[in-house]
Design a protein around this ligand. Structure first.
Ligand SMILES: *Cc1c(COP(=O)(O)O)cnc(C)c1O
Length: 393
């Protein structure tokens, strides 16, 4: 290791923000209209066009989006929603916000996504919906999940938090995640995802009534958007026909989002290139499992998740790499192991979910990574694994 390696400063993640985003925020600020207004409306139109959706409704986060999506498809107190524990905790939390119970099914260890073969065994007369996740940007097995949902008359909500720019092949055609293929898809604009607005989320659907409902709910149930009242030549008194929330996105955030959307093709292209490079650098590491794309899925590689060779202690490997200035993160969490779900006893073992949490790590992934950085990360990982279990190589 050279001296420069010891001073090497690698970020784990980094949003792709630059002058166009700063300029967009400036435009919104100087316009004098900073809450939900013309920028949000334009962002919604552009996002809908980008994923091929009929309707898109921007909100304050993906967590808020998931809450509204589940309410719209009819999830009520006492209902059950089939989902995965192996996800960011917001997935399970959104089910709880509706007074319903998440019923966790295990994942496919190859893709870290819901294993559709395990869904039917947990269905009851109280099951209302399936909440599937496109984990780390990898499309889940939607075709099978949609078939099961149709047979059992269940709604499908897609947690597409990480999946903007990912694609899936259905009926022989590639389509963007978010069309949506289920009833509603929910995206996140947190800085750890590809497109960011600081914080934010969006719901896409083909159902006009649900889209109207989302617009009421996000604005405390108010039936006249601020912008309409502001521009009206007559006095309008608004009413509040339903109990809502404050889940609005600001116009500053939406302006940044519009600049980000223009970069999306470049972002996805860059990440797919970085993923391919990691793949070739790490393919010869004995026992490692690298991300695999099913033939019908194109990931945006929001994260690059590797399963460590057997016997490698996750924390030890991460510490060894950090000592060499390579930041990593543990693989995706399991909600059922956290306090809010301590009393919810999964109906089936979640062995693959737990194994994934305990034996995978995420490698640095962002547009600034150079070839040299990636070679350094790969070398550090190989040495860390040899350090953990003496290697034959
Ligand atoms: C990030 C994430 C969320 C939450 O998104 P927010 O916009 O932060 O609310 C939900 N589900 C998954 C799978 C995520 O990765």
């Amino acid at each position: 290791m050279s001296t420069s390696d010891l001073t090497r400063c690698l970020d784990f993640a980094r949003p792709w923000l630059a002058e166009p985003e700063a300029e967009a925020a400036r435009r919104a600020v100087l316009s004098g209209w900073v809450t939900q207004g013309p920028e949000v409306a334009a962002f919604e139109r552009e996002f809908a066009a980008c994923v091929g959706a009929d309707h898109a409704c921007a909100v304050s986060s993906c967590t808020a989006a998931l809450h509204l999506a589940l309410r719209a498809v009819g999830v009520r107190p006492g209902d059950e929603v089939v989902t995965v524990s192996h996800s960011y905790i917001a997935t399970a939390n959104s089910v709880r916000y509706c007074g319903a119970t998440p019923v966790f099914v295990d994942i496919d260890p190859a893709t870290f996504n819901m294993d559709p073969g395990r869904i039917e065994a947990v269905l009851t007369e109280r099951t209302r919906a399936i909440l599937c996740v496109h984990q780390m940007g990898m499309p889940c097995q939607l075709e099978t999940i949609l078939g099961i949902a149709r047979r059992h008359r269940l709604a499908v909500v897609e947690d597409a938090a990480c999946a903007v720019g990912s694609e899936i092949r259905l009926n022989g055609r590639w389509t963007p995640i978010g069309k949506p293929h289920g009833d509603v898809a929910c995206f996140s604009f947190h800085p750890r995802k590809l497109v960011t607005t600081g914080d934010g989320g969006i719901l896409t659907t083909s159902n006009r009534d649900w889209d109207r409902q989302f617009r009421l709910w996000r604005h405390n149930g108010m039936d006249v958007p601020d912008l309409d009242r502001h521009g009206a030549r007559e006095i309008i008194f608004e009413t509040y026909p339903t109990l809502g929330y404050n889940y609005r996105m600001s116009d500053i955030a939406a302006a940044v989002g519009r600049a980000q959307l223009k970069r999306l093709p470049e972002m996805v292209h860059r990440r797919r290139l970085l993923a391919a490079r990691y793949h070739s650098l790490l393919a010869d590491l004995p026992g490692i499992h690298l991300p695999q794309e099913p033939t019908w899925a194109r990931s945006n590689f929001q994260s690059y998740c590797v399963r460590l060779p057997q016997g490698c202690d996750q924390k030890q490997v991460m510490q060894y790499m950090l000592d060499r200035n390579v930041p990593t993160r543990r693989g995706v969490m399991c909600a059922h192991r956290e306090a809010p779900y301590a009393n919810l006893h999964p109906r089936r073992p979640l062995t693959e979910s737990e194994q994934a949490q305990d034996h995978t790590i995420l490698l640095p992934m962002h547009h600034k990574l150079t070839e040299d950085d990636q070679a350094y990360v790969a070398e550090a990982l190989k040495n860390a694994c040899c350090h953990a279990v003496p290697c034959a190589v």
